[in-house]
Design a binder for this molecule. Structure first.
Ligand SMILES: [Zn+2]
Length: 123
């Protein structure tokens, strides 16, 4: 089976979230993490969530956390007519004039939100 890069991404998400909460001085448990990945990363959300659920056991405050994955579109711009457009697949051809286009975004991976468990709802 091919190497699954979602394992590394899941670990990075947990480490980034842990660092972020440490910086904010938050010690509570996490309920939910929202993560967005540009489609050029070719992240498969189901596999990422599966790996997150395995790895989160090593990060106590994330043990009950859910991971939500949002895929963001690939944006490109035509080199000839400068039209900007969004694509789902990495086929970088201008829809207007058919010229080659350059990638503008689609590689980003962003930790959008960390939702802390509300202590008043615990128990
Ligand atoms: Zn064009």
């Amino acid at each position: 089976m091919a190497a699954v890069h979602e394992v590394g991404i899941a670990r990075t998400i947990l480490e980034m979230a842990e660092r972020e909460l440490a910086d904010r001085g938050v010690s509570d448990e996490v309920e939910r993490i929202v993560f967005s990945a540009g489609r050029l990363n070719a992240v498969i959300p189901e596999i990422l969530v599966f790996n997150f659920d395995v790895l989160k056991r090593d990060f106590p405050r994330f043990a009950g956390a859910l991971l939500e994955v949002e895929e963001t579109p690939i944006r490109a711009r035509c080199r000839a007519c400068a039209k900007g457009f969004e694509i789902d697949e990495p086929l970088f051809v201008c829809p207007d004039c058919g010229s080659p286009a350059a990638v503008e975004s689609g590689r980003e991976m962003i930790l959008q939100r960390i939702v802390i468990r509300d202590p008043s709802k615990a128990g």
